[in-house]
Ligand binder design. Structure first.
Ligand code: SF4
Length: 248
């Protein structure tokens, strides 16, 4: 494709219009997910920290084990780190995650005198993200998930799966890292639809646009997808059958 055509395709108005079409297509495919209502931001942050580099099932089991063993934030903060590690071991990276959870609780106690995050509600999205990411181990993705899922803010979290789809679809450069994709998507995400768009992409990534082998042949987003348009058929075949892994 010529450089002129490529740069026209990636102009902000075109990308905004494309994001609207992708969000609408996802809503047609999977329905519009409803936000389940406010949640304790501390619980959401702890759960998201545990979720890093693991499956939903392992995250849920580890979070349930943590809550069962330490029913209050006070009990969790007072516990020896090895006990916290042991409770969440099933989710992997237990040492790093236990440290991050304890740093978060220590910061809350030092700043607010309690394990509560009421102050978050008064902050703008940018202020909240800047504030949360001062805790070592909490990145933009984790902060954005807390804002979107616990507080219902119109923020579009970008994890590796959402990043993969945004890149393949051509909403952001294919090589964009998740934090850059987060910044780029803020400019083009349809207003008021960040939560539904995020959840729709996660669902599509699980069912169709999988990491090692996207099922382009059955995908309803093909007409909108850069990867499908620009990738020769052979490279979409499963590894071992003459194809290569998508994105490699
Ligand atoms: S056409 Fe292929 S790469 Fe594009 S969104 Fe669908 S499954 Fe993913």
């Amino acid at each position: 494709m010529s450089a002129t055509r490529r740069s026209r395709r990636s102009s902000p108005p075109r990308l905004r219009a494309k994001a609207v079409r992708v969000a609408a297509a996802l809503a047609r495919l999977y329905g519009v997910p409803r936000w389940s209502g406010p949640r304790d931001p501390v619980a959401c942050l702890v759960e998201t920290i545990i979720s890093q580099n693991t499956t939903d099932r392992a995250r849920d089991a580890a979070y349930a084990a943590l809550v069962a063993r330490f029913p209050t934030w006070e009990a969790l903060a007072a516990a020896p780190e090895r006990d916290v590690r042991a409770a969440i071991r099933g989710a992997g990276l237990a040492e790093a995650k236990a440290r991050t959870i304890r740093r978060l609780l220590a910061m809350l106690l030092a700043r607010y005198g309690a394990y509560r995050f009421d102050a978050l509600k008064a902050m703008t999205d940018d202020e909240a993200i800047a504030f949360l990411t001062t805790v070592s181990g909490i990145g933009v993705k984790t902060a954005a998930i807390a804002l979107a899922f616990a507080l219902g803010r119109d923020v579009f979290p970008v994890d590796t799966h959402v990043n993969r789809l945004c890149g393949r679809l051509g909403l952001v450069p294919e090589s964009s890292a998740p934090d850059r994709t987060f910044r780029l998507m803020r400019a083009i995400c349809p207003p008021g639809q960040a939560y539904a768009f995020h959840v729709g992409l996660i669902t599509h990534g699980r069912r169709v646009c999988r990491a090692p082998r996207p099922k382009c042949e059955i995908c309803a987003l093909r007409s909108l997808c850069r990867f499908h348009r620009e990738t020769p058929i052979a490279t979409k075949l499963p590894p071992g059958t003459g194809g290569r892994k998508a994105g490699t």
